[in-house]
Design a protein around this ligand. Structure first.
Ligand SMILES: *C/C=C(C)/C=C/C=C(C)/C=C/C1=C(C)CCCC1(C)C
Length: 239
């Protein structure tokens, strides 16, 4: 028999969460794009990038919901393709925040980008064949090391010095938000991974956690950028 709930099963909370996040991503994209008019100078680009992140995610969420509803399996490929596109854009976003206040070495951008790609590729390699527990946790450890390196860069490395020495009120606010996102917001993903694969967890909860994490890290982060971009302070500092 054909699956009558191929679109969405009303009792499938994981599927409903995919649906809700899809709608939220579309709304956020529209919002950031329109609000761009209220921002000044380089902050306009930050809002454009925020809209690109949620726009790309929206498309992937439509497909992820469909894969989940039709098969009950993790939409692993769509998930990781989405991350591979949007996480580098977020690294661009971090870089823009810093570049708006000082001249920043492009090597910093490349270091952050390489670390982010390592983090995602190892995560995929671990999740693609979870029966191989050596690979599952081995790759996870490498992914976490790459993530810790990014945290190190923004708390103790060049990026943090640039913000502390040259930042305006608005840019410091945005940079601090960035730190919170990369430590607290991003931590939700490896916690989801542990939950999903270490014994008690299940694939549905794993997806629910990843969906929540995407909401925080793509939409809430964009809103913080928007707040900095449209604050009075940012107008003075980039005129
Ligand atoms: C919009 C999507 C975002 C911001 C995705 C972020 C993903 C992560 C921070 C993933 C982290 C992981 C590790 C730190 C270890 C390996 C497993 C991952 C890929 C879940």
């Amino acid at each position: 028999m054909e699956n009558q709930f191929a679109m969405l099963n009303p009792t499938d909370y994981v599927g409903v969460s995919f649906w809700i996040i899809s709608a939220a991503m579309v709304a956020a994209t529209f919002f950031f794009f329109v609000e761009r008019d209220r921002a000044v100078g380089k902050w306009k680009t930050s809002l454009t990038v925020a809209a690109m992140v949620t726009g790309i995610a929206a498309i992937h969420y439509f497909y992820m919901r469909e894969v989940w509803a039709a098969t009950g399996e993790s939409p692993l490929v769509f998930r990781y393709v989405d991350w591979l596109l949007t996480v580098p854009l977020q690294i661009v976003e971090f870089y823009l925040i810093l570049a708006a206040i000082a001249s920043v070495a492009t090597s910093l951008f490349w270091r952050l980008l390489v670390a982010a790609v390592v983090m995602l590729v190892t995560g995929y390699l671990g999740e693609v064949n979870p029966e191989n527990t050596t690979a599952l946790w081995g790759y996870f450890a490498v992914g976490c090391a790459a993530w810790f390196y990014i945290i190190y860069e923004i708390f103790a490395g060049e990026a943090s010095k640039i913000s502390a020495e040259n930042g305006t009120e608005a840019s410091k606010k945005a940079f601090n938000a960035l730190r919170m996102i990369v430590t607290v917001g991003w931590a939700i993903y490896p916690l989801g991974y542990i939950w999903g694969y270490a014994g008690s967890g299940d694939i549905g909860t794993l997806n629910l956690i990843y969906n929540l994490a995407d909401f925080v890290n793509k939409i809430a982060f964009g809103v913080v950028i928007w707040a900095a971009a449209t604050s009075g302070d940012s107008k003075e500092s980039h005129s």
